[in-house]
Design a protein around this ligand. Structure first.
Ligand code: AMP
Ligand code: ZN
Length: 437
């Protein structure tokens, strides 16, 4: 059984197997290209997904796409001007969504198995969710026209606000005296916006209308509560993933918004530590980030990056350097392609809180075993087979179909001369890069 470190209980948690396992990943804000720090958290989610599948679970994987927030609005207005509309916003964000999907493909995240839900596709459900929170007493419309979540009310009923951060999160803090903005308009200062009133000065023509909530747009956190509910038909989420920076306020507020409907909101929380550059978190706002395109420009592939990430435990910060990436690339190129089963020692390491470095170490002395671990982790070299080999393989397949065995042997030799070994298996031809040690 998979054991996973759960941020909420702060302990290793058994992940029980059942008919369906609901896996949710907080997705990107699509106002710009993803950086490789973002990709570390999505690769972790993919490694978790693949480990679950390998272990015989049936994960359903859902990811939101944040296409409405301050940053996407700002980007849209910069491009389309002060008359920008929701339609413009959707077009602007679609470009970065497509780029994101392409990046996921390059680092071999199983994107075709993810249900992506764009926030602007579920605005009516978000509005309905907020109205229900108002009806239950957990949300209120303030004088500024925005609708806020009431931490006080939640705390009275549940008493666990902020537990994802730690038991003592609220100790010594006076709820209502944390942030010094908009004091007079809210019940207390830590309340956060569920529905932000439209302001034509900053939002141009980007808004949705609603009879109770008025003209506006969703706040930052509400989308994930709603998309979990939609994606899993109101069942609790089994595992919720994201980077550690999301623990507060984002995930803390997701829990608070959702628990008036069902508790627990998520049974386990899995957070990926940050990728650093020169000791600082990689982030757009620090202007110290690289994209997959930057990597490609220097001759690295997405799989090199993926291999680099396998070498550090996901709960430990990892420092990015080009030297480390080069070392990862060199190590990876000495490894071979895919197989279906994994030896016991390595499988145990995967089940122990996704210990990829240990799985690799336990397999390291045996090339064959390493191939198998790589097969499970989606790190095989299959994608890297050069076109010249693929063409020869196609010709060899034709020769075999036509029972021209001398031609097929001849092609095998040509392929070997190019450094690849061909295996004829029940599923057809497979190639393996020959070791060059
Ligand atoms: P964002 O697009 O900013 O919402 O971030 C998308 C995902 O990337 C979130 O899960 C973040 O927690 C994660 N993330 C952001 N920066 C880093 C980083 N330097 N290392 C790892 N994950 C990150
Ligand atoms: Zn989220």
């Amino acid at each position: 059984m998979l054991k996973l470190y759960d941020t909420l209980s702060k302990s290793l948690k058994d992940i029980p197997n059942k008919d369906r396992l609901n896996l949710y990943t907080c997705g990107p804000t699509v106002y710009n290209y993803a950086h490789i720090g973002n990709l570390r958290s999505y690769i972790l989610a993919d490694l978790l997904y693949r480990t679950l599948k390998f272990d015989g679970y049936h994960p359903k994987w859902v990811m939101n796409i944040t296409d409405i927030d301050d940053k996407t609005i700002k980007g849209t207005i910069a491009k389309y001007g002060s008359g920008a509309t929701v339609e413009n916003l959707r077009e602007y964000t679609k470009f970065y969504l497509d780029a994101f999907l392409q990046d996921l493909g390059e680092v071999n995240v199983s994107k075709d198995e993810i249900t992506f839900i764009r926030v602007t596709d579920v605005i009516p459900q978000i509005q309905e969710f907020i109205v229900e929170l108002i009806n239950k007493g957990y949300a209120y419309k303030a004088e500024d026209g925005s609708t806020y979540f009431s931490i006080d009310k939640y705390q009275k009923d549940f008493g666990d606000y902020g537990e994802l951060v730690g038991h003592k999160f609220l100790e010594g803090k006076k709820v209502g005296a944390r942030v010094a903005v908009d004091e007079y308009e809210k019940d207390n200062l830590s309340d956060f916006a569920l529905w932000k009133a439209h302001d034509s000065a900053t939002d141009a023509g980007i808004f949705w209308d609603h009879p109770v909530l008025g003209k506006g747009r969703p706040g930052w956190h509400i989308e994930c509560s709603v998309i979990n509910k939609i994606g899993f038909n109101g069942e609790p989420t089994d595992i919720h993933t994201g980077g550690v920076d999301l623990i507060f306020p984002h995930h803390t507020n997701e829990i608070a918004q959702s628990q008036p409907f069902y508790k627990p909101f998520s049974k386990a929380w899995c957070h990926c530590e940050h990728l650093l550059v020169d000791g600082q978190r990689m982030g757009k706002r620090f202007n110290n980030f690289y994209t997959v395109k930057d990597l490609r420009g220097k001759g690295f592939s997405g799989l090199d990056l993926r291999y680099l990430y396998l070498n550090a435990h996901y709960r430990v910060q990892q420092n990015f350097t080009w030297e480390n990436l080069l070392a990862a690339k060199t190590a990876r190129e000495r490894l071979n392609a895919v197989s279906e089963s994994v030896p016991d020692g390595a499988a145990k390491a995967l089940d122990d809180d996704l210990n990829f470095p240990r799985a690799l170490a336990s397999a390291a002395e045996n090339q064959d075993v390493l191939d198998k671990v790589f097969g499970v982790l989606g790190n095989g070299l299959e994608q890297d087979v050069p076109d010249s080999i693929t063409i020869l393989l196609g010709q060899r397949q034709q020769a075999k179909t036509g029972k021209d065995f001398s031609k097929s042997d001849e092609l095998r030799k040509q392929i070997e001369e190019l450094g690849y070994e061909v295996m004829d298996t029940a599923e057809g031809q497979k190639v393996k890069k020959k070791l060059q040690i």
